[in-house]
Design a protein around this ligand. Structure first.
Ligand code: SF4
Length: 322
């Protein structure tokens, strides 16, 4: 069984944790509930944090004097300063996050497409912006892995989010030891995963580990590059190159029919007919058959606890024909 590092994840508190919404409700979220077993959550409700209580009258973002403001129409209170102060305090006392899950559409927590009203009053037009708290968080942690709760219902987006936060948690834990051996172990376990994102940067990581710099400098350079690697999404060509890299030492042990089967799968993947996981499962089963430990142990095959996809798989079954 795989021992995963525990990511530290910030989360809007109304998602699963607390009845802190403006109408006194809480939002059930199966994914967040399932994550509790595997991650350490830091929960926050900024609107309650600035003393609004729950239930409360709604608030909105409004442009006043060319600036974005947080405003409560019913009380005519401008809450902008309170929210900025709360965000500063929150980031000062919570300096470590591997990721953040925000509530969508909230003027406080939403990360995109939040209504920004052009002026005070009723029936005014609006544009789109980010929430005031989430904006402050992302200013403080520009590399933060973040998602809103609705996007995480898309399986590819969720897989990408989980891969990133579990890898970053493992890196954070590896760096705590301040030993190059731990970092080398981390690198060897994640190398094939990184190759799927960016070959050049993966090579650069290897060179950093071989340098004679002191550990602090190595750790800082290494961490920055891992963040850059994970800030993109894996590229199809890089994934195929990585699969072929894994396939090469196995190939001679396979029958010609098995080899052709592999290449037809690669062709299918290249043409969007076959998913990455089908090929990955096949390669993993061959690695098991030939006891190729260096491949079996790679995070590429098991980057996060699979249970964290269960609710999506279950909801798909509800709509299946069978
Ligand atoms: S969206 Fe944010 S501010 Fe609103 S209830 Fe949820 S946690 Fe609180």
């Amino acid at each position: 069984m795989n021992n995963f590092a525990r990511p530290i994840i910030g989360v809007s508190k109304c998602l699963e944790f607390d009845m802190c919404r403006y109408d006194g409700s809480r939002i059930n979220n199966n994914f967040v509930r399932n994550m509790k077993e595997y991650v350490d959550f830091i929960t926050v409700c900024p609107e309650v944090g600035i003393g609004l209580g729950s239930p409360r009258k709604p608030i909105r973002l409004v442009t006043i004097g060319g600036e974005k403001n947080l405003y409560q129409p019913s009380s005519k209170k401008n809450l902008t300063k309170e929210m900025h102060d709360f965000t500063k305090k929150f980031t000062a006392s919570n300096a470590i996050f591997d990721g953040f899950i925000f509530k969508r559409d909230s003027p406080t927590c939403g990360i995109a497409d939040v209504r920004l009203y052009h002026k005070l009053g009723t029936d005014v037009g609006y544009g789109k912006t980010s929430g005031m708290f989430s904006e402050g968080i992302l200013k403080q942690f520009p590399n933060l892995v973040k998602e809103d709760e609705k996007r995480l219902n898309n399986i590819s987006i969720r897989e990408n989010f989980l891969t990133r936060v579990f890898v970053l948690a493992h890196l954070r834990e590896s760096l705590q030891f301040q030993q190059i051996e731990k970092l080398i172990y981390f690198h060897s376990k994640n190398m094939l995963l990184f190759l799927c994102y960016d070959e050049e940067l993966t090579i650069e990581l290897g060179l950093i580990l071989k340098s004679n710099d002191d550990f602090k400098l190595i750790a800082s350079k290494y961490k920055n590059i891992v963040h850059s690697i994970l800030s993109s999404i894996p590229k199809k060509n890089s994934i195929i190159d990585t699969f072929n890299y894994i396939f090469t030492p196995i190939r001679s042990k396979l029958s010609s029919a098995e080899q052709s089967h592999y290449f037809s799968l690669i062709d299918g993947f290249d043409n969007d007919l076959i998913s990455q996981s089908e090929i990955s499962t096949l390669l993993y089963s061959w690695a098991l058959r030939y006891d190729l430990k260096s491949i079996i142990d790679q995070s590429l095959f098991n980057p996060f606890p699979k249970n964290l996809l269960l609710d999506l798989i279950e909801s798909k079954k509800e709509y299946s024909i069978l």
